[in-house]
Design a protein around this ligand. Structure first.
Ligand code: CTP
Ligand code: MG
Length: 257
């Protein structure tokens, strides 16, 4: 099964408050987006990547993507008003039966038929299910092993797979007044990360269904699919607040010593 990666990078980063979209903030000699892209490009069986960019920074992101050496097609498309809409834009940018080995990133305006530029049989990829990994640019230090673990589980037959870590705090469910309703057993809780992996056709069907959810795995859950949690990694933390950026700086510093 070939793999496509969607990197969602279209958020504004309001909680980080850096004055520019979060994915374009620099840490450790590169933007969050570049760090994410460099790892994603190493995934086994990778056929194409869709980078979903803020509409306001489409050109900047396209230039930045051109600067990263890629062994596959990298589409750059504009994001939507929320993360779900951005994932949908990334999904729509993916091409069927690509199979070529161009190293040139390309943008949304490239409407050429990819099947014309390949000598592989385009039908082969059209019938074979594909793995789509949806990744937050903001989880820029997710190790490659996590991508591979998620993709492998989809290849093994799971329709939806998310990486997750055991929760260290006790979690309470509260009512609208803040009064505790229940205490779920901590051993059964997982804090989930990205990349989240899916059978492409099932993720497309979920997005076409019109239902909404906070993440793609929850969309699939609502449609009755089983979602598998595989082991995540502490390095896959999301840069959300200024404190997370400090953590990211420390992380890169620890790698270079
Ligand atoms: N994202 C996106 N399109 C949106 C909103 C979010 O592509 N309309 C992406 C972000 O770029 C990020 C990931 O989804 O990589 C996770 O979202 P989050 O951490 O919430 O990022 P922001 O929405 O940018 O941050 P904030 O909520 O603080 O504004
Ligand atoms: Mg957000």
């Amino acid at each position: 099964m070939s793999v496509a990666v969607i990197i969602v990078a279209a958020g504004s980063g309001s909680r980080l408050g850096a004055g520019l979209p979060k994915a374009l903030v620099e840490v450790g000699g590169g933007t969050l987006l570049e760090h994410s892209l460099r790892t994603a490009l190493q995934v086994t069986g990778l056929e194409q990547v869709a980078v979903v960019a803020p509409t306001s920074h489409l050109e900047t992101v396209t230039e930045l993507v051109h600067g990263v050496r890629a062994g596959c097609v990298v589409h750059v498309v504009a994001g939507g008003a929320d993360r779900t809409a951005s994932v949908a834009a990334g999904l729509a940018a993916l091409v069927d039966g690509l199979g070529d080995d161009t190293t040139e990133p390309r943008d949304d305006s490239d409407t050429s038929d990819p099947s014309e530029s390949t000598d592989a049989d385009p039908q082969a990829d059209l019938v074979e299910p594909q793995v789509v990994l949806v990744h937050d640019a903001a989880r820029c230090f997710t190790p490659l092993e996590v991508y591979e673990r998620v993709a492998d589980a989809v290849r093994e037959g799971w329709v939806a797979v998310v990486p997750g870590l055991p929760v260290v705090d006790t979690v309470k469910v509260v009512d609208e007044r803040g009064v505790v309703h229940s205490t779920p057993p901590r051993a059964r809780l997982r804090a989930v990360q990205t990349p989240q992996g899916f059978v492409r056709s099932e993720l497309e069907a979920a997005h076409a269904s019109g239902i909404s959810a906070t993440d793609d795995a929850a969309l699939l859950e609502q449609l009755g699919h089983q979602v598998l949690v595989v082991e995540g990694d502490p390095s896959a933390f999301k840069v959300t607040t200024p404190a997370d950026l400090v953590r990211a700086q420390r992380h890169t510093a620890s790698l270079s010593t």
